[in-house]
Each structure stands twice: as C-alpha cells, then as structure tokens.
Design a protein around this ligand. Structure first.
Ligand code: MN
Length: 296
C-alpha cells in the first residue's frame, strides 16, 4: 500500500496517477491529549487502520495525483535520525573535498553512531526548500528513509524489520560549515520525505532499493541500499540501543557519493523504481510555502 498525506492532513492511498481520499478512517482516531502517546497517531495505528482503509477505499473520492499537494507521509515523528557516512562512496568523496570534511577527520558510523535532525525541519514534496542564508553552501543528500511502525527498544537486527511501517525517499539537506550536524541539518524544510510511504510488505528486499538524485535533470547521485555500510536492520539495532524508536520515527539511512550544492530555482528529483519520484524546488530564504504551525 502507498499511503500519502495531502492537502493539510488528509490521508490518501496512491494508485498509479490517482489518490483515493480515505480520510474518513481518521475520524476513529482518539481525541487530542496534551503529551501522549508520543509519535505519529496514524502510523501507530496503521495495522488496524489498513482494514478500514481497504473498506472505504472502493467508494472513496478519486483525485488526480497532480491536483493534490503532497505533504510528508509522516505527520508527527518523535525523532528524525540521520546516518553519517553510511556509504563508502560518500566517505571517499568526503576525504577528498575540504568543503565536506572541514579539516576534520571523516569519522565512521561505527565510531560516532547516528545524529538527530530537528523535527521542525520536516517537509514534503509540496514545500519549497528554503535556503537559510544566501552566502552559505547548501547541499542535497538523496537518501532512502525508513519509518518505524511499532515501538522499538533494544531491538536486535534479526528482529528489526517487524518494527518497520515502511519506506520513503528522503532529502537530508545540509549547510556546509563547521557547526554541529544537528544545527546544519535542521533548518526549516531540510528534512524532506515523500512522495508517499510505501508499506514494508511491498518491498521484497530492503537491501536492494535502487535510487537516483538529479538536479535540473542532471544525474548527481545513484546507489542502492545494498551498498549501505550499516544496513537498515543494523541501523534500527544501533539506534534503539540508545533510545526507544516510536511509530512515525524516521531514519534517513545515509547518502552515497555525488552530494553537491543547490541554488534557488533548482529542481531536485529523488527517484526509485520501488518508492516513486520525489520532486522539490529550492526557494529563497523564508520561501517555504507552508506557514509555520503557530495555530491549532
Ligand atoms: Mn545524510
């Protein structure tokens, strides 16, 4: 199943070039509470919601995919986790490029583990990526993201896949500089997810997801999760050893060689035969189409 969030929190299932609006199933979600449960309410209930989705889908309104505004397929993650230098090809290019290594050692993922991006950086395909400063280089990092479905606490790699809701394409946008990763990778709109969530039952082999990234039609990145240094189950084991992963949490699994700068007006496309095509445009500072979420 391909699940999308669109037009301000509507829930859809994607079938070829159409979206079936199955938002009626969201009426069964519990009423708002202050702080609990942690995580994404829809992803947390996906297993039971799927039965309802199947039931209402046949008579659901069918919209053209091109007529809806797609949002990140996760609404409320408790964490967006990044994997640093998780492809040998990116490690190699980082060693050779001073802008990437900033005169510091390129540390292996087994040494430094993973990092966090601010949740407020989350964005979807219909949001422009806003460059925070015109004088700082901002790079694209095309990645495969996994979305947690069931809470995971100290989970072994051999059991990890049972905790997965699904996959999406991702952009881990990055300011180059000497600041900590958690600052440079957390600007508003710097965690792009989309175009939808492909449920894990649709992906036969998580270690064989091919993807490419192009800018204005020019291919810049091309790889496959087969080449990850730490595999998807290993990333779940590594991170859940430190903190509980909650439904809706996102792990961006790392970027291959080919990272590079973008400027306002550029169109980035991340594409995968299994996960679809995520297309976003780079805007000027403060050019995000979405308003900050200051109102309930
Ligand atoms: Mn990255």
């Amino acid at each position: 199943m391909k699940l999308c969030r669109f037009d301000r929190d509507r829930l859809g299932i994607v079938e070829e070039d159409f979206v079936r609006d199955v938002s009626a199933v969201l009426e069964r979600l519990p009423a708002f509470r202050w702080a609990h449960p942690i995580g994404d309410a829809v992803i947390a209930r996906l297993e039971t919601l799927r039965l309802d989705i199947d039931r209402v889908a046949a008579s659901a309104q069918c919209l053209k995919l091109s007529d809806v505004k797609l949002e990140a397929p996760v609404g409320n993650p408790s964490k967006i986790i990044g994997a640093p230098v998780n492809y040998h090809s990116h490690a190699d290019e980082a060693l050779l490029d001073r802008v990437l290594h900033q005169d510091r050692p390129v540390q292996a993922i087994d040494e430094i583990g993973c990092f966090l991006k601010a949740n407020s950086a989350l964005a979807g395909p219909s949001t422009r990526i806003a460059l925070p400063f015109l004088d700082a280089r901002v790079d694209h990092e095309g990645e495969i993201a996994v979305i947690i479905g069931r809470p995971a606490h100290k989970v072994k790699a051999s059991d990890a896949m049972a905790h997965l809701a699904g996959y999406s394409l991702a952009l881990d946008m990055t300011v180059r500089g000497k600041q900590d990763r958690s600052l440079r990778k957390s600007c508003d709109s710097f965690a792009v997810l989309g175009p939808w969530l492909t449920t894990s039952d649709e992906i036969r082999d998580p270690a064989d997801i091919a993807f490419t990234l192009s800018v204005n039609g020019n291919l810049r990145q091309q790889s496959n999760t087969a080449l990850l240094i730490r595999s998807i189950p290993e990333l779940i084991e590594m991170t859940s050893a430190f903190y509980t992963l909650y439904p809706g949490d996102v792990i961006m699994t790392g970027t291959p060689a080919g990272v590079g700068p973008v400027v306002p007006g550029d169109e980035i496309v991340v594409a995968s035969p299994q996960l679809g095509r995520l297309s976003v445009t780079i805007g000027l500072p403060n050019a995000m189409d979405a308003e900050p979420l200051t109102k309930l």
